[in-house]
Design a protein around this ligand. Sequence first.
Ligand code: SAM
Ligand code: SF4
Length: 333
Amino acid sequence: MTPLIDTHGRHIRYIRISITDRCNFRCRYCMPPEGIEWIPHEEIMSYEEFLRILRICVPRGVEKVRITGGEPLVRKDLCGFIESIKCIDGLKELSLTTNGILLPSLAPALKRSGLDRVNISLDTLDRDKFSFITRVNAYEQTIEGIRTALKYEFSPVKINVVAIRGFNDDEIPAFAELTVNSPIEVRFIELMPMGCASKYGDHEVICSQEIRDIIEERYGALDPVDYKLGPAKVFRIRGAKGKIGLIGALSECSFCSSCNRIRITANGHLRPCLFSDDHIDLLTPIRNGISDSELERLIEKGVELKQHDHGLCVGKPDHPYQGCETLMNTIGG
Ligand code: SAM
Ligand code: SF4
């Protein structure tokens, strides 16, 4: 097996696939309320096309696949797709990121089809603030989605919280508290300057270190947890059942050095970096009848495009806070 290694020596072990750009929420930092230019249906990758890419990448050392979107649970026949991914020899983990509202009805079938883990996005524990940030009145369904995920033992269930100053900074201790008695991992994500979130300013980003300080002020020093794959730093409140993850995408200098992932968008673009509009179109050559070995070479080319780092940094005058134009629902986070 020849691993997929980029020009900076990072071994690609993780692929995120965005299976749709459609979503039943309109989170303010992710999508505009209306006037969205959807990817035309005929330009959305079929499940078979995604599988073809994965069947090339897994034997090259990719161990983890995450399904995302848009909202992945709105796409039809997802469970059959999950079953097919799980049949790929060598894959260690298949996970999904969701806003959670369809989990109460879909969790049993997802479990049966072999899905290992779920991340559920929840930025506030307040019903009204939830309606504000998502522009949808669905707080109860999302909470029920989290309960259902725990019931069906998608282990561990992770909660993604995008930290935004002036919106949910006052809730950081309450989110941390959730990990004390429950085996969940709460992951605080720095607000990233993508598409819609470009309207937010530097001052609205809460850096990972500040989040850690807020939690430690309440609970004392956090214990680091050994966590191998990826750029999250993981901690535990002493004696807690769950964990706390800090994703310092913009503030942590070491973030890019541990980046082991590539992304495939719903329209088949391989994106080497979340923060760059650089991409390689895989869908057109696939539909034009490219051979497997030519497709593999194209994927290698995409991996080679990975930059040393994203070049963005919060609070540094020589690296102004600016990101790419593509909307996050197209890339998948
Ligand atoms: N719809 C699903 C969900 O919300 O979980 C999956 C897709 S969503 C694009 C994936 C993740 O990206 C979510 O956790 C979401 O909060 C996060 N996200 C979206 N826009 C973001 C931004 N500008 N900065 C940081 N995280 C963002
Ligand atoms: Fe939809 Fe997820 Fe974006 Fe919210 S973050 S609008 S749920 S894709």
